[in-house]
Structure formats: C-alpha cells, structure tokens
Design a protein around this ligand. Sequence first.
Ligand code: PGA
Length: 243
Amino acid sequence: MIFAANWKMHKTQGEAAAFFDAFLKKSLPQDDRFIFFPPFTALQEVVKLLQKTPIFVGAQNVYFEREGAFTGEVSVAMVRELGVRFCLVGHSERRHIFGELNAWMGKKVAAVLEGGLVPIYCVGETKEERAQGATERVLAEQLEAALSPLRTFSADSFVIAYEPVWAIGTGSACPPKEAGRQAAWIKEWFQARGVATPIEVLYGGSVSPTNAAAFLKEPGISGLLVGGASLDPEKFYAVIASQ
Ligand code: PGA
C-alpha cells in the first residue's frame, strides 16, 4: 500500500522536525511505501530528516516550464535537486482555488515525467457533477487532459489519486464502495488504452483512522492520500496501522 501525506500549507521546518521526531519512533510496515508532501519551504529539511529512512518526499506542485519569468513558481529541476522523487499534479485545491486549467495538466505531467519524478495525478468530481451522474465523464476529461499528450508511459512511473472534491477536507468521506468502483473504473480506462500493468489508484478525501481500513479493503484501491489526518504523527500512524 502507498500512504501519502499531503501537508498542504501546514508546517514550518521546525514543525516538520517535531513531527518526524515522534513519527520516526514508530515501526512502519516494511511492505508499504510512504510519501510526504511538505510545503516547498520545508522540502529540504524533510529530505534531510528522512535521509536514512525508506520514506519518500514529494512536492505539492510544480510549473511545467524549465525556467523563466514565472514569479512565484518552481520548476521540476529545482525540487528534484533537493531530493524530491514524487510530485502532486492537479490537486483539486490547485484547480479550484488557484484556477489551474485542465489544459495545463498534460504539460505538467509531461514535465514531471521528463524530469524523472513520479507524478501523482489527482482527479475527482465536484458535488454538483456527482449529483448529475457526471462523475465518469469528468474523470475521463481529466485523464484525457493529462495523458493524451504523452506517447507512452509505464504504469510504474505514474500514480492516480481519486479525490472527490466534495470529500476533501469536509469530514464526509466518499463511501468506500463508491471510491472502490471509481478506482476500478480508472484502472479500466488505462487498460482500454493499452496500459497492461494495472495503474495504482489512491483514494483521498477525509481519510481518518476510523475509515481508512474500509478504503484499503477495496480491491481497486492501492493506498491513501491523506490531508488533515497526516498532520499529527499519532493520527497518521493510526491510519497506517488500521490495515
Ligand atoms: P483531507 O485532504 O484528507 O484533509 O480531506 C486530502 C487531500 O486533499 O489530499
């Protein structure tokens, strides 16, 4: 299983150090993979803190150009040099708060792959889209936008996070069966496009120590992308230990 912690705009370097002071005392299951996504300002510190551990570090966002006059943006090479191995692309907060367009997603995913990082591409429908029964149309549009510019890619260099927008940070998670169905649908979407190895699909949206096990039992789900519950070492460990 993959356990990914999206810290969003939380934790200074000092707060990150305090988190790992507690978290690294726990014994982590050997077969699982762990990825932390701290804010840019804590990336270097977190890479240093995790140097002697098998835990990976990821960036929450990058811009697709290599360099240039793009005030406030960060390139793939800049985060890779720090020791970052993964990158979130298309998180719903990037799309809905910061206006990132579906049209950018292909360029972002391509830039992340070209730069040698593994993209975790986030997809998910809004509450209205779900109510209209449009979930699969929205997922298909988001997947097309990111993947149509790519000629080939292998399933092991790519992860999808199914994160229904209405479930993120709301405390009302997606029913696990529904999340499992969407994850299976995403896997089939890739298979229909000739990707033989099943792609890994994470679920994200109000994951907690009490609901995590139900998601991890769904056959289509390969792990969790955890926001709020990843900020506290005890809570995040409880999510991991719930399987
Ligand atoms: P949440 O966030 O667990 O706080 O709902 C998940 C995410 O946005 O990745």
